[in-house]
Design a protein around this ligand. Structure first.
Ligand SMILES: [Zn+2]
Length: 95
């Protein structure tokens, strides 16, 4: 259930609502208009829901899932596969 944040709409506020308060309500519940403690007017503050991390992260699992092969540089010109289906080692060194 969502958590709603309310703040006093006027200065007449009690200890409970003077700095705002949170309350859990069902989506179907009507929003509060007054403080449950002092009955002074309150308004719903803007709430920020959990923000998911922007975009998919490129961890090993994801790169593999998306068909990429991921390499990590082990030394100059040599890359070792950490995930995916490509060759295990890429090296630009002459053998
Ligand atoms: Zn109050």
């Amino acid at each position: 259930m969502p958590i709603y944040v309310y703040r006093p709409a006027e200065r007449s506020s009690c200890e409970y609502c003077e700095h705002g308060f949170e309350t859990i309500q069902k989506f179907s519940d009507p929003p509060l208009t007054v403080c449950p403690e002092c009955s002074s007017p309150v308004e719903k503050a803007v709430t920020v829901p959990n923000i998911a991390t922007a975009g998919p992260s490129l961890n090993s699992k994801n790169t593999e899932k998306h068909g990429f092969t991921k390499y990590e540089k082990v030394e100059t010109g040599v890359y070792e596969k950490t995930s995916g289906t490509g060759p295990d080692i890429i090296s630009d060194r002459k053998k």
